[in-house]
Each structure stands twice: as structure tokens, then as C-alpha cells.
Ligand binder design. Structure first.
Ligand SMILES: Cc1cc2nc3c(=O)[nH]c(=O)nc-3n(C[C@H](O)[C@H](O)[C@H](O)COP(=O)(O)OP(=O)(O)OC[C@H]3O[C@@H](n4cnc5c(N)ncnc54)[C@H](O)[C@@H]3O)c2cc1C
Length: 366
């Protein structure tokens, strides 16, 4: 049995685990990540990478604080991980058009409070901004600052950054048990070995509650399936992210266009269904009619770590010393991830955080 000792073990190499490990290392900690499958291979790979909650005014302040900080952190972080890895995560400020019009007052109040640019575009101005948009759409809210990252590239870029920083990430290594003595975490066990650390961060996405359940009160995190499809288009065919009635389009630099996403409470089931494909396709075509002529190149599903109001747990477990949770980011793990990782690293490092940690405490309203 190997018995490797580090300061912090991070369980799960989704985006949250990888960002947390990187932030901890920046605070000087020795970190080991243990991942059951491939780094980023679950919800993180499946996601769209929009750097904003959809309809952010519908979310509590706790979510908006993390999003606000994330929007400030990502431009520089994207450059850093590109430089460290040689892989461009494709941070693009494509802006977002929101076609739904019945919440404009709430949207206005949100934009003023968080100092986000937002304007109503109509007629020609709207068509100039997005020539691919259905000409029948007469007006839309335009949020020019909203950016995106391309998830599969973000994963490669971040994995490269971790390697460059000599943060060890062991793939195909499932954590089978937590080692706890006298109310304190001592490390974890896998099928092959035992790893010691005085701090363990559970960043297991939709599986986080399962990992904690045998030892202590689990967080209220459950899997929420999202299906997505991918069109193969030409570069520049669509310019902006478009959102309408919960369905969205995301244009990538190479012309590919993602159309998402379903919201399904079907436990740990990642199957995809033709009915969802048809549904996503017809919603996409109704937003941008040109998509009718494009082939659907891929169709997949991921399991989001669903929490009550989308508020993640970023905290120490109240029953076990040294056991931390960074999980439950639901539909917004990419945009919330950077600030969440910073907060988690600050809490473990005993540093006063920039964001009030009480929002994300175990007993807070998740
Ligand atoms: C269709 C879809 C669209 C989305 N779009 C967006 C978007 O546009 N913007 C946005 O911000 N967010 C979006 N999200 C949400 C975002 O993708 C998630 O919130 C985020 O990826 C969660 O990251 P995570 O690291 O917590 O989870 P995951 O990526 O699921 O990672 C958890 C990891 O833990 C590992 N693990 C589990 N158990 C163990 C164990 N016992 N031992 C070791 N490892 C273990 C898993 O294998 C997995 O790799 C979307 C999600 C989906 C599904």
C-alpha cells in the first residue's frame, strides 16, 4: 500500500476540483487530485461554457456574487492557462441576446445592481447585431459583456496548467472511502492505495452526496441531466449567444454551434433520447432558421450537480474536521467555478475571503 502524504486531497477532477487544486497550490499547499474517470469527463465536458447564469436575476445573491467575481477573474485566468498549457480555452466575449421580454424590470434592476451593460435592441439594430436571428423577432435584451469558454478546451488547458504547476492528478482512481478518526479526516482510500492528508475537499459533482453519505450528513446535491446537441456550421454564421424560453445557442469559433439544454431529474442516468434531440433542434431552428440546413454532429448528456437554488456548498463539513465540500454548482459551474475555488482555497488557508462565506455554508439555504 502506498501512503502518500500531501496537505490537501481533492476528490474529483471536474472543473471545480481542478480549479480548487490550482487555487490551493497558489496558496502554497501540496495538493493531490484523485479522479474516478477522466479529468473533466463528466458534467464539465458536457457543459456549454456560458460565463453567466441564464436569466441571472432569477438567482439569489449568493450565485450572483460568485458570477460577478468569475466574470472578473476569467479573462486573465484564460490567458494564464493558455500560456501554461499551450491550449487556448477560447475565452470569447460573444455577448448574449435574451429574447424573453416579460422580466425586463427585474433584468434592469439586476443590471444596475451588478453594473452590467444591458440594452434593448430592436429592428435593424437587432438584425445588425445578429444577422442569423429569426427576422420575426422584433426586440431582445443585449448583454455585450457576457463571454464563453469552450469546455473541452478549457479542460485540456487546465489539465496542462496543473501539469506545468506539478499538481498531481491521478485519473482512473476512484476514492472508495474516507479515512476518519475521532471526528477528523486523515485521508482517503482507493482500491490500490491509501493517501494521507489533513484536509480533503469533496468536488465530486453530482456524486458528492454519495461520497459523504456513509460518514456524515450529506449535502443536498442531486444529479440533474442536461442533453445538448451540436451543429456543424461555418465560422461567423452565428455571432452571439441567444437565449429564449430556457433554450440557447452558443457559437464556437470554428463554426460549431451548441444548442441546449434539457433539465431532467432522472437520477444517475446519462442516456440520450431522440425526442430531446428533435426538441432541441426545433427550438434552435426557431431562433436561427439557417440551422435547419445543418447536420447535427453530436448529441450528449451530462449530470449537473443540482442544488436547491443553484447555490453551491463551499464550506467545511460541520461534523468532520478537515473535510470540505466544493460542490452543487448546478447549471453554473463554469461561471461560478473560478470564484468558488478561490473561496475554498481561502477557507482552507485561513485567509480572509473576498466573498462572504456564510452564503455557502453547510447549513445555508441551498
Ligand atoms: C448540458 C449542460 C450545460 C451546461 N452549461 C453550462 C454553462 O453554459 N455555463 C456554466 O457555468 N455551467 C454550465 N453547466 C454546468 C457545469 O457544467 C457544471 O456545474 C460543472 O461542470 C460542475 O463541475 P464539477 O466539477 O462540480 O462536476 P463534474 O464535472 O461532474 O466533476 C465531478 C468529478 O468527480 C468525479 N468523481 C465522482 N465520484 C468520485 C470518486 N468517488 N472518486 C474520484 N472521483 C470522483 C467524477 O468522475 C467527475 O469527474 C452545464 C451543464 C450541463 C450538463
Amino acid at each position: 500500500m502506498v501512503d502518500a502524504t500531501v496537505d490537501v486531497i481533492v476528490v474529483g477532477a471536474g472543473l471545480i476540483g481542478m480549479l480548487t487544486a490550482r487555487a490551493l497550490q497558489q496558496h502554497g499547499a501540496r495538493v493531490l487530485i484523485l479522479e474516478r474517470g477522466k479529468a473533466g469527463g463528466e458534467s464539465t465536458w458536457a457543459g456549454g461554457g456560458i460565463l453567466s447564469p441564464l436569466y441571472p436575476w432569477r438567482y439569489p445573491e449568493a450565485v450572483n456574487w460568485l458570477a460577478h467575481h468569475g466574470q472578473k477573474i476569467y479573462p486573465q485566468m484564460a490567458e494564464e492557462i493558455f500560456a501554461e498549457s499551450g491550449v487556448d480555452p477560447e475565452y470569447i466575449r460573444s455577448g448574449m441576446l435574451i429574447l424573453d421580454q416579460h422580466e425586463n424590470d427585474a433584468a434592469d434592476a439586476w443590471a444596475r445592481h451588478w453594473q452590467m451593460q444591458m440594452e434593448m435592441l430592436r429592428g435593424d439594430a437587432l438584425q445588425m447585431q445578429e444577422p442569423a436571428l429569426d427576422p420575426g423577432v422584433s426586440s431582445a435584451l443585449w448583454l455585450p459583456q457576457i463571454a464563453q469558454l469552450r469546455n473541452p478546451r478549457l479542460i485540456k488547458s487546465l489539465a496542462g496548467s496543473l501539469r506545468q504547476r506539478k499538481i498531481s492528478c491521478m485519473e482512473n482512481t476512484e476514492v472508495m472511502a474516507l479515512e476518519i478518526e475521532s471526528g477528523e479526516v486523515r485521508g482517503v482510500r482507493t482500491a490500490q492505495a491509501r493517501y494521507s492528508a489533513g484536509n480533503v475537499v469533496i468536488a465530486g459533482g453530482a456524486w458528492s452526496a454519495k461520497i459523504i453519505q456513509p460518514y456524515a450528513k450529506p449535502p443536498r446535491i442531486q444529479p440533474v441531466k442536461g442533453q445538448m446537441i451540436l451543429f456543424r456550421g461555418e465560422p461567423g454564421m452565428l455571432r452571439s449567444i441567444i437565449l429564449s424560453q430556457g433554450r440557447y445557442l452558443i457559437p464556437r469559433r470554428d463554426g460549431r454551434i451548441l444548442a441546449g439544454s434539457t433539465l431532467e431529474y432522472t437520477a444517475f442516468d446519462k442516456s440520450v433520447h431522440d425526442s430531446a434531440l428533435q426538441d432541441l433542434r426545433s427550438a434552435a431552428v426557431s431562433l436561427a432558421p439557417q440551422l435547419a440546413g445543418l447536420a447535427v454532429e453530436n448529441h450528449w448528456a451530462g449530470l449537473r450537480p443540482g442544488s436547491e437554488q443553484g447555490v453551491p456548498y463551499i464550506c467545511r463539513h460541520p461534523e468532520i474536521k478537515g473535510l470540505y465540500i466544493n460542490s452543487g454548482h448546478f447549471r453554473n459551474g463554469v461561471i461560478l467555478g473560478a470564484a468558488s475555488a478561490q473561496l475554498m482555497a481561502d477557507l482552507i488557508g485561513g485567509i480572509t475571503p473576498a466573498i462572504d462565506p456564510a452564503f455557502y455554508d453547510f447549513e445555508a439555504a441551498h
